[in-house]
Design a protein around this ligand. Structure first.
Ligand code: ASP
Ligand code: MG
Length: 411
């Protein structure tokens, strides 16, 4: 018997029929002998509806009142689910975030959880009841309703699991796990049985749709095993993807876990910058001052020894703005030229196996060369190698790497 926190997202509770299905699944877990705490999102589309409604009344809406409004979506779902459970003979009680004392800071619309009081939940569990908690919401020290940012129910679930020292936090969604890469790009992509927290964070561009990244950071910090599962699997047999800490005993750890990619990149180069202290500060300082986030950075030694070339990438939406800023920096630093390209993508190989295996980068570069794909930038971290390539090569690059690193599904 275990204590399990189950979280159901919007599509999983999108209709009365879906809510009955969720109730059946919760009851199934109870019948297996588990204690269950359920966290739910608003019914699919509801939060978006509330957002547009608010904007019709006031744009921008007052942050405090926006939270009062947005938090109602989840309150509908907890009431409905607790009713469904009771109607099936399963004792249950619903609670808002405030009622279970999910204390947050006062940053409306993106509040952080500070503390959870688990006494009430414990008492219900001890009395044999299922506890149903509204995701995405909390209360600050002054008693104001707060919300945790879009997708925040995942974080509520992980936080409750940490506070209750649950055995597992199960995230039910409309896909059956985390994949080696996007199946729309590589039809042979495979569901991963297991990934580490670190890998999941690096695979964010794939996983973001499945999990709010903050919830993974939280799970990693408090070591809460997370499992992504489909709520549409009526056989209850799927095992989904387990996201957990890396165990030393895990001998069968795959070398590479997945391939992430990002289509929203642009790269800029300042050529012929005088090679002197402070240039990186001058260039990136100006970009940062405009609140533009820089991803990869490369500085080359210029061929003549007195100047250097400085290249970096930004989000494609920030490309035009960054070009403008660089014009000013170019005059100031007396650089020679600006080069830009917003038709690029970033492709990243992710795997903890990289730490203990040599030759992964060379295999990657060979695979890309064999396809005639030119690499424009390279950056590495302990468990990731990223390359920037022309956007027209994205699919080809991802497929080639997926095959070379043995990630393809068995035929
Ligand atoms: N209902 C909220 C949203 O749509 C929170 C969540 O679903 O996790 O963002
Ligand atoms: Mg979600």
């Amino acid at each position: 018997m275990a204590l399990i926190v189950q979280k159901y997202g919007g599509t999983s509770v999108g209709s009365a029929e879906r809510i009955h299905k969720v109730a059946d699944r919760v009851i199934h877990a109870r019948q297996q002998g588990h204690d269950v705490v359920v966290v739910v999102s608003a019914m699919s589309g509801e939060t978006n509806r509330l957002v547009s409604l608010a904007k019709e009344v006031a744009d921008p809406p007052k942050a405090r009142e926006f939270d009062v409004l947005l938090s109602t979506g989840e309150q509908v779902t907890i009431g409905l689910l607790a009713m469904a459970l009771e109607s099936k003979g399963c004792a249950a009680r619903s609670y808002t975030g405030a009622q279970v004392h999910i204390l947050t800071d006062s940053t409306h619309n993106k509040a952080r959880i500070l503390e959870i009081d688990n006494k009430h939940m414990r008492a219900d569990l001890d009395a044999g009841r299922v506890v149903v908690v509204a995701g995405f919401q909390g209360i600050d020290a002054e008693g104001n309703i707060t919300t945790l940012g879009r997708g925040g129910s995942d974080t509520t679930a992980v936080a409750l699991a940490a506070a209750l020292k649950a055995d597992e936090c199960q995230i039910y969604t409309d896909v059956d796990g985390v994949y080696t890469t996007d199946p729309r790009v590589v039809p042979k992509a495979r569901r991963l049985d297991k990934v580490t927290f670190e890998e999941m964070l690096e695979l964010a561009s794939l996983g973001a749709k499945v999990l709010q990244i903050r919830s993974v950071e939280f799970a990693s910090k408090y070591n809460v095993p997370l499992r992504v599962l489909s709520s549409f699997d009526d056989t209850y047999t799927g095992t989904g993807t387990l996201i957990a800490a890396e165990e030393e005993s895990d001998m069968e750890q795959a070398l590479i876990s997945g391939i992430a990619f990002n289509r929203d990149e642009a790269k800029l180069t300042l050529l012929g910058v005088p090679d002197q202290p402070g240039i990186a500060r001058d260039i990136l300082g100006a970009i940062a001052a405009a609140n533009i986030e820089v991803d990869m950075i490369i500085q080359n030694i210029g061929t003549d020894g007195t100047t250097t070339d400085f290249t970096f990438t930004v989000h494609r939406n920030d490309y035009a703005k960054t070009l403008e800023i660089l014009q000013v920096v170019k005059e100031k630093l007396k650089a020679r030229e600006i080069n830009g390209d917003d038709k690029i993508v970033k492709v990243s190989l992710v795997g903890v196996g990289m730490r203990s295996h040599a030759g992964i980068a060379s295999t990657m570069f060979r695979a890309l060369a064999d396809e005639g794909i030119n690499i424009k930038m390279i950056s590495t971290s302990e468990i990731k190698i990223s390359v920037v390539v022309d956007e027209k090569y994205l699919e080809l690059a991802v497929r080639a790497l997926h095959t070379v690193f043995d990630l393809d599904q068995a035929a």
